[in-house]
Design a protein around this ligand. Structure first.
Ligand SMILES: Nc1ncnc2c1ncn2[C@@H]1O[C@H](COP(=O)(O)OP(=O)(O)OP(=O)(O)O)[C@@H](O)[C@H]1O
Ligand SMILES: [Mg+2]
Length: 347
């Protein structure tokens, strides 16, 4: 027999106690540091318990700060508490057309006769079903939706509801058509990033689920990196990666070196292939002027390098965004259309 896989057979015991705990989709039982946000969401839903209509809500915050987790928890708690409020959750990134979202609502309502029915027929059916009771409709990643027809419809035709929209883009609301805004009149709730201490604590819980106590003795570097990049998913990625690196050295203990290797992998993973001179220069300006919008950066860039056209500048900055080095959020300021810039990766 060949030797290639021999070692794998004898080495059947995994470094993980429960690998699923490191999956970003895993829902931990406890959600620390989001008590007040959960409470706020509950307050918007409260009128539904009294047979009145609820408040609509836009939740915003950067990636990996627990928005989806909090909302899924709301659904779970609703299901455990009452049969009179119908909870519906759909992710508009995965299902971005009106038809797909209506199908997701049908599924949540356990309505199976969707075959051969047109979108408008299905909309009429779910509206009727939802209006028999109260409903909480959560549309996650709403900024990815193809068009807002379904939102108009739900806002206008459901009698007793709370519509919760989740987005990364804090300016998304400002782009909304006033007619829709005046139908929704949503409250806004921001999920701020976690502090270092909170990040440490959240990761500790996952480590406790995922590993035996002697597997990982210090997770401080992982917590620090996660805090720096402000996304709990990065921490989960690093934990899994460090464990796999340890395993590849046939050890059941994750050392500092394994953690450092995992962190290195993270920056390789995020860095783009190469930046050209213009992109480098623009990035330097962004670093030294973190408060400036794209319009402000363009002004300095023009002064410094003369001649360059605004179109070239826009193209370069979009390419930085594509490479995940910066995140651009649209705003209206004195310069007209402009973008707020957030640097995502060190470079
Ligand atoms: N307070 C918390 N306690 C425990 N785990 C948390 C907490 N906040 C976030 N997480 C975990 O971090 C990961 C990312 O959270 P989540 O998916 O809710 O982020 P998000 O804000 O919806 O991000 P995105 O905008 O990218 O969708 C998940 O695995 C989630 O379980
Ligand atoms: Mg999410």
């Amino acid at each position: 027999m060949a030797d290639l896989f021999k070692g794998f057979l004898s080495d059947s015991e995994s470094i993980f106690k429960n690998e699923i705990a490191l999956d970003p989709e895993f829902s931990p039982k406890l959600i620390p540091f989001r008590e007040s946000e959960n409470q706020y969401i509950a307050t918007c839903i409260k009128p539904l318990f009294q047979n009145r209509t609820g408040k609509n809500l836009i939740i915003h915050g950067s990636p990996g700060v627990g928005k989806t987790l909090a909302c899924k928890n709301v659904i779970k708690e609703l299901e455990e508490t009452t049969d009179d409020i119908l909870p519906v959750y759909a992710n508009c990134w995965k299902k971005n057309s009106t038809y797909q979202i209506v199908l997701a609502i049908c599924e949540a309502l356990n309505y199976k006769f969707t075959h051969n029915k047109r979108t408008d027929e299905l909309i009429a059916i779910v509206t009727q079903k939802l209006n028999r009771k109260s409903s909480v409709i959560i549309l996650d990643e709403i900024d990815k939706i193809e068009n807002l027809d379904i939102l108009y419809h739900l806002a206008e035709n459901l009698y007793r509801k709370t519509i919760i929209l989740i987005t990364n883009d804090s300016n998304w609301t400002y782009k909304l058509d006033p007619r829709l805004k005046s139908r929704l009149v949503p409250d806004r709730l921001e999920f701020r990033p976690y502090t270092l201490e909170e990040t440490r604590e959240i990761l500790k819980q996952r480590i406790h689920h995922a590993f035996n106590s002697e597997t990982l003795t210090s997770s401080e570097e992982i917590a620090k990196k996660t805090f720096e990049l402000k996304d709990i998913r990065i921490g989960l990625f690093l934990l899994r990666e460090a464990a796999e690196i340890a395993e590849s050295f046939s050890t059941k203990k994750i050392s500092e070196e394994h953690v450092n290797k995992a962190i290195e992998k993270l920056s390789n993973f995020q860095k783009p292939v190469a930046l050209d001179d213009d992109e480098k220069a623009i990035l330097d300006l962004i670093k030294s002027n973190p408060e400036k919008t794209t319009a402000g950066i363009y002004n300095i860039y023009k002064e410094k390098f003369g001649l360059k056209s605004e179109r070239t500048f826009q193209r370069k900055i979009k390419s930085l965004e594509k490479s995940n080095i910066v995140k651009l959020t649209r705003i209206e300021d004195i310069h007209g259309r402009s973008y707020r810039i957030k640097q995502l990766t060190e470079f």
